[in-house]
Write a protein that binds this ligand. Structure first.
Ligand SMILES: [Zn+2]
Length: 381
């Protein structure tokens, strides 16, 4: 799915640009302009950034979980902060996807748009207005690679993020067009369209000033436009804060009560999100909140994603589906841009391991391309 497409996206191969000072977390600018936007997480507060995961360590994975799960959820889970626990008679996403598992999602969008000439510093969302053919071509490349779900080019489509580029006034148009573009490609190939929501770029109180209602309103206006453009499901991704996830879920539920909701978080800080959420916490909390699928995206590469996936599998309750969309490794600075170090074959082998432990939806995030998705498809065939 998309993750962020570039800026939606995903990765940027360009030199990282420092945005204007947008203070958010102490010592960090992850939520700042380019960091969040491009799914980077490099500038962590020192005390967090210093903690590194030992990539070489063998991890103990518990045994695979069979794919057919108990029909009823018995989650108890952790306290659900804002969302009322709600009975969901069936998993709406499972009903939409049918029985084949894992389902193949798409990969990064940003790099593809930059390769098509998106100017450095311009948001990928701008091209939903100004260069829809390039956005369409990126979706078509993923469709041809075998993705079953296309993710709209709207990762940075909330008002605060569009405002950074003077596009806030065109929010409805940006998001509606994005959904229509993805819809047109999906219809040619018989695929689904995920309407993509990324972090707002603002922090909830008390770290920031945004209230839960503010956050819900920001997500709601984006979802409304995406629904007008014809999405099949709502994908909220790269989140760090469960409170922000709850706001997005509430918005999706209010605006589009019939659409499946998928929420993925980025566990890029010692296998927790920047806000300290562990994979098992996310699965418990979001499952109890009634999402159809929960998972991890972005992060620090396939190896760490497999640790996260194993923890999510252990924490799964009921019929919630699990999602993993790893970056194509870690970005390495090469000359004046970033390159990601996982090859298509690397991501394909990774996807096979995810499938073996019972992950239901597999795709890529930053640095992944149609070539990666095609390799995953071949491996999972
Ligand atoms: Zn990413």
């Amino acid at each position: 799915m998309a993750r962020a497409a570039i800026d939606g996206g995903r990765p940027s191969r360009r030199r990282e640009r420092e945005g204007p000072a947008r203070t958010t977390l102490p010592g960090g600018d992850r939520r700042g302009r380019d960091a969040a936007r491009r799914h980077r997480s490099r500038r962590l507060p020192r005390r967090l950034g210093a903690v590194r995961v030992d990539h070489g360590r063998g991890h103990s994975r518990r045994g695979p979980r069979p794919h057919r799960r108990r029909a009823r959820r018995g989650v108890a889970g952790r306290a659900d902060r804002r969302l009322p626990r709600r009975a969901r008679p069936v998993n709406r996403l499972a009903a939409l996807l049918g029985t084949d598992r894992p389902v193949l999602l798409d990969g990064g969008m940003g790099t593809l748009l930059q390769d098509s000439g998106l100017a450095d510093g311009d948001p990928g969302e701008l091209w939903n207005l100004e260069n829809p053919d390039a956005v369409r071509a990126a979706h078509a490349a993923y469709a041809e690679a075998g993705a079953r779900v296309l993710t709209t080019n709207t990762f940075g489509g909330t008002r605060p993020r569009l405002d950074m580029h003077g596009l806030g006034g065109r929010l409805a148009e940006v998001n509606r067009n994005a959904a229509r573009i993805a819809r047109s490609v999906a219809d040619e190939h018989g695929l689904l369209v995920a309407g993509d929501l990324g972090p707002t770029g603002e922090l909830l109180a008390p770290l920031g000033t945004m209230t839960p209602d503010d956050a819900q309103a920001l997500f709601a206006e984006q979802v409304e436009a995406l629904v007008e453009g014809g999405i099949d499901l709502v994908l909220v991704e790269t989140l760090s804060d469960l409170g922000e996830a709850d706001a997005a879920i509430a918005a999706a539920r209010a605006v589009a009560p019939d659409l499946p909701i998928v929420v993925t978080m980025s566990f890029d800080t010692n296998v927790r999100t920047m806000m300290g959420v562990r994979p098992a916490d996310a699965v418990a909390h979001l499952s109890a909140g009634g999402v159809d699928a929960v998972g991890a995206n972005c992060g620090r590469g396939p190896e760490e994603m497999e640790l996260i996936a194993a923890e999510m599998v252990q924490a799964r309750t009921g019929d919630v589906l699990l999602v993993a969309q790893s970056n194509a490794g870690l970005p390495q600075v090469v000359g004046d841009h970033f390159e990601y170090d996982a090859t298509p074959a690397d991501l394909a082998a990774h996807a096979e391991r995810l499938a073996a432990i019972g992950i239901d939806l597999v795709g890529g995030c930053c640095g992944s391309t149609p070539a990666h998705i095609a390799a995953v498809r071949a491996a999972l065939a």
